[in-house]
Design a protein around this ligand. Structure first.
Ligand SMILES: [Zn+2]
Length: 599
């Protein structure tokens, strides 16, 4: 349905067509063919029926009835008024647009900017929102030039509005507007605002939106005011940066911002369990109370303890960690309380213990349950009296330390068994914080994956486009007996094993097949829900047959490879980025192989 430029309202004329380097121009005639394939997006939608979860790429999603959304829309308008409801829904659209932009950037890294951008339109189709069509689109990332003119022939927002309130005097596709604003602003890195110039709710034959950078809008921008009030005071903050938000707790902690930047960066999560632990942490920070972290090995007890110290008023003083499991009964006094001059007959033995070294700061007792009963008694006295006595000394030294301890066992049970002192438990257990195992807070896995990948890629000088779908699936469903630390180790190993520019595959992550069990289901070509095919599965019989055929005919490996490359390019109609995606390669890798094939 090609549109003439003359249909542009005068105020929505696009800027002069100066040829900017790297500018992408796309008109509807070509757009149909140039849409990136939707298969790879479909494959990112996974159903984990076992846990009652649906994942779309690295985000959890839910299926919600359109009628529920419509009811919510009415409720908002009726209780907040049209303007506030419009702002609310625009914001909601913005959030999902911004998230999708991050996904498009990640999944289509290396693709042309126009391909990356059009993923958003494909996503709207896949999400069942609207079949968005391109009337005109120009964007140049470098100069910030942006002009878009999109339309859609059917709108649930318009329908919902008209059926409840009759024909509207102004456009009503607020969710869609918000979506494209959030999506475009995030991809462009500057505020792009869309205006609906034609809407089915106000008598149009379709809905049509025009988008431009904020600065290029004239008087119309007054109308934006209410809808985009959430963008004030700063027009556009790239709120998700490379990663979605860690936790509001870290972002909002106002005191000691200097130190927050240097916080142990593994404290990442959005799950309810994680957020609850952060909430408790924030509550206890200013009190100076004794804290006990409880949770399985590898859940991040020490990371939490360090964070507590760093955002507490004691941050300028030392944080001293003691691995109680590594201290024998014989060493306990000298390690914890120190040694006085000449205590062992020599002159150079003097050294302060951990308590003294932590003076004014925090003493972290990891695996505190592994201390013997005798050591527990000595610890109890030091904690109670706030003073220590070095070996060979007669003087006592006052110490001011905040005690944080950690255990992976149930200390109440240990008291019942007689292996832990009840009085010490009461001293340490003033403010307990339980940290959930990673398998019980799976929402945090995508964030942690991105975080560790970025960190280790930098550390080991590796460039990788990310994880393959199968790797993502494995990492989402794995049980992580070793928790966050295990995930961290898996990803570091994979980064080391993978080649430059190669995506991370299950083979890089897991050493034994037994660890890889398919649990997720994806949508098949005809829309059926099915477990993904495994290499050993029966779905590969055809594949084996084809290979047998090649082998019988004596076709060389090089010929097979060249043929596959050519077919992929043909099927993608010459679009190399698309062909590369189908082959699980990056665009440069494909270009290199094609060049080699011609030599
Ligand atoms: Zn509309």
């Amino acid at each position: 349905m090609p549109q003439k430029t003359s249909t542009h309202a005068s105020s929505h004329k696009k800027p002069d067509k100066r040829m900017l380097p790297g500018r992408v121009t796309l008109t509807e005639g070509k757009a149909g063919k140039q849409f990136p394939g939707i298969d790879d997006l479909v494959s990112k939608l996974r159903f984990s029926v076992k846990d009652g979860q649906i994942w779309f790429d690295t985000q959890r999603v839910t299926l919600i009835h359109l009628s529920t959304l419509t009811a919510l829309r009415h409720e908002l308008i009726n209780s907040l008024g049209k303007n506030k409801a419009r702002g609310f829904l625009t914001r909601m659209g913005w959030e999902s647009g911004a998230r999708d932009a991050h996904m498009a950037r990640r999944t289509h890294a290396g693709s042309r900017f126009s391909d990356q951008f059009l993923v958003g339109l494909q996503l709207r189709r896949l999400q069942g929102v609207a079949d968005t069509r391109v009337i005109d689109f120009e964007a140049d990332l470098k100069s910030g030039h942006f002009f878009a003119d999109f339309s859609w022939p059917e709108s649930f927002e318009a329908k919902a509005h008209v059926s409840a309130y009759g024909v509207s005097d102004s456009p009503v596709c607020w969710l869609q507007i918000g979506y494209y604003c959030g999506y475009s602003s995030t991809l462009m890195g500057r505020t792009i605002l869309f205006h609906e110039v034609e809407c089915m709710a106000s008598g149009g034959s379709r809905c049509r939106i025009v988008g431009k950078p904020l600065q290029e809008w004239g008087r119309e921008s007054d109308e934006f005011d209410d809808a985009f009030s959430f963008l004030r005071p700063e027009p556009f903050v790239n709120q998700f940066d490379e990663h979605p938000p860690r936790t509001s707790f870290l972002q909002k902690a106002p005191e000691r911002t200097g130190d927050l930047a240097n916080l142990p960066s593994n404290l990442i999560g959005v799950s309810a369990g994680f957020t609850a632990a952060c909430y408790l942490l924030k509550k206890v920070v200013p009190t100076g109370a004794t804290v006990l972290f409880h949770g399985e090995t590898g859940v991040g007890k020490e990371v939490f303890a360090r964070t507590l110290h760093h955002i507490s008023p004691r941050a300028d003083r030392p944080f001293v960690a003691v691995d109680c499991a590594a201290i024998s009964d014989d060493q306990f006094d000298s390690e914890m309380f120190g040694v006085a001059d000449g205590a062992f007959g020599g002159a150079t033995t003097m050294r302060p213990g951990r308590f003294e070294r932590a003076d004014g700061g925090t003493l972290f007792l990891d695996e505190v349950d592994s201390l013997s009963l005798a050591s527990q008694l000595k610890l109890l006295r030091a904690v109670q009296d706030k003073e220590v006595e070095r070996i060979g000394d007669t003087r006592v030294t006052k110490v001011d330390v905040r005690i944080i301890s950690a255990t992976s066992i149930d200390l109440h049970q240990a008291v019942a068994n007689g292996s832990f002192r009840r009085d010490l438990l009461y001293r340490l257990h003033v403010f307990p914080i339980h940290l959930l195992p990673l398998r019980e807070r799976r929402d945090d896995i995508p964030l942690l994956m991105d975080h560790f990948l970025a960190r280790f890629a930098k550390q080991h000088g590796k460039k990788t486009p990310g994880f393959t779908s199968r790797a993502v699936e494995m990492l989402y469903t794995y049980d992580y007996p070793g928790n966050v630390r295990e995930l961290e180790n898996l990803i570091e190993r994979a980064v080391i094993l993978c080649d430059q520019d190669e995506p991370i595959d299950p083979g890089h992550l897991f050493t034994s097949d037994s660890q890889m069990q398919p649990v997720l289901m994806t949508l098949g070509k005809t829309g059926e829900l099915a477990a993904e095919l495994r290499e050993s599965g029966s779905g590969h019989q055809d594949f084996d047959k084809a290979i047998d055929g090649f082998l019988e005919k004596g076709v060389s490996l090089k010929d097979v490879e060249n043929h596959i490359l050519e077919r992929a390019v043909e099927q993608s109609e010459g679009n190399l980025a698309e062909a590369a995606r189908r082959l699980g390669l990056t665009r440069p890798q494909l270009a290199y192989r094609l060049k080699k094939a011609q030599d």
